[in-house]
Design a protein around this ligand. Structure first.
Ligand code: ZN
Length: 369
């Protein structure tokens, strides 16, 4: 059994919880190997990113990046304890086995190997918090690397891709739109302003706007997409609703930011706003897309190190876009399948972990050239 993975799975690092115990574990494991690491805390010091560099302090290093939080298990039909690593039929079961403690565990397992390799370029381990709730932890970690670490050559983000190279992904922007209307008895519509009706008009407008999307055949679906995740509003059928709020996201092809959608929405909102009704939209979080324009060389190098020789684009967002934003070319490649990521009875095939270990050893060899 992979003992590091077993230990990582046992920390309940659902994004609403602290990840500090897990980071303490990683930090002391690295310390035992003679590797220093730094923790980059959130504001209230309940969570942290971790960064460690192994090898010479020079440019051209390779960042191995992963997140330490996992998605919730509540309400899911788990057949085993999600926080206990269970081996069965060539698979490991447990929350985070695919997404993505499997990759983080392999990086750590390889530390003795990395330490003993004749590295000419450093290997940087960069582990973040709160990726699952909108890449909230990684920005300060990535900025720290950009400012204080000799410029790395590239970053590998080990999200589950079944060990294919992902060269591009969509951006994600999440917003909350709040409508304050005016309450009145339903028999007197002339006295009120219905916030739910305004919300429905805004949603219809957004759907129409997003339908004008450009296309990129690398992606499935090939367009920008849009989802209303939650909507809340109103108190009773005979009261004109004085408030409504909906949370929505757009997933945008690389090269597009959400601003034109927000501009169009704000312009349309102005046509609905009266002295009885107000509308505001705020961004809750965002994560930039990853474009295949900036990582062609890295994709070529890494494809040669993999048996599958496959590369493609995906619709889910990762921390790779953040690295690209600070001019560190990056790709996504890791063990397990994204289809497992939010599901009960999440698993990773042990053969995937073996394939990833072989790949990472070749990456380490590359850092010795
Ligand atoms: Zn993930």
């Amino acid at each position: 059994m992979h003992s590091i993975l077993k230990n990582l799975i046992a920390f309940n690092t659902i994004s609403c919880n602290s990840n500090l115990e897990l980071m303490d574990y990683i930090q002391s494991y690295l310390k035992d190997q003679g590797i220093d690491s730094i923790l980059d805390y959130n504001q209230d010091k309940t969570k942290a990113n971790l960064l460690a560099t192994i090898g010479p302090n020079v440019e051209g290093g390779i960042v191995l990046s992963g997140h330490t939080d996992v998605v919730p298990v509540e309400g899911q039909d788990w057949k085993t304890n999600p926080f206990e690593l269970i081996e069965k039929d060539g698979r490991y079961y447990g929350r985070g086995t695919s997404d993505m403690k499997g990759f983080v565990a392999l990086c750590l397992e390889l530390v003795p190997h990395i330490k003993n390799a004749p590295l000419t370029k450093p290997i940087h381990l960069a582990f973040s918090y709160d990726e699952e709730i909108g890449c909230q932890g990684a920005p300060t970690l990535v900025n720290h690397i950009a400012k204080h670490v000799p410029t790395p050559a590239f970053a590998i983000i080990g999200e589950p891709t079944l060990m294919d190279i992902v060269h591009s992904h969509k951006a994600i922007h999440c917003y909350k739109t709040t409508i304050h209307g005016t309450e009145a008895h339903s028999s007197c519509p002339h006295l009120g302003a219905n916030a739910i009706v305004a919300a429905s008009k805004l949603i219809a407008f957004l759907e129409q706007e997003l339908a004008k999307s450009p296309t990129n055949e690398h992606f499935t679906p090939s367009t920008n997409t849009f989802n209303i995740g939650t909507i809340k509003g109103g108190n009773a059928v005979n009261i004109i609703a004085n408030q409504c709020e909906f949370i929505w996201e757009v997933r945008l092809l690389p090269g597009y930011n959400g601003q034109h959608i927000i501009d169009a929405l704000n312009q349309f909102s102005q046509t609905l706003i009266t002295d009885k009704l107000d509308i505001s939209t705020t961004e809750l979080y965002s994560a930039p897309g990853l474009s295949s324009k900036h990582n062609e060389d890295v994709v070529r190098i890494l494809m040669n190190l993999l048996p599958s020789n496959q590369c493609h684009a995906v619709a889910f967002a990762t921390e790779a876009g953040l690295f690209e934003k600070v001019d560190i070319p990056s790709v996504v490649c890791g063990p397990g399948s994204i289809e497992q990521a939010n599901n009960p009875n999440e698993f990773v095939d042990i053969s995937q972990l073996e394939e990833c270990t072989t790949f990472l050893k070749k990456v380490i060899n590359f850092a010795c050239q």
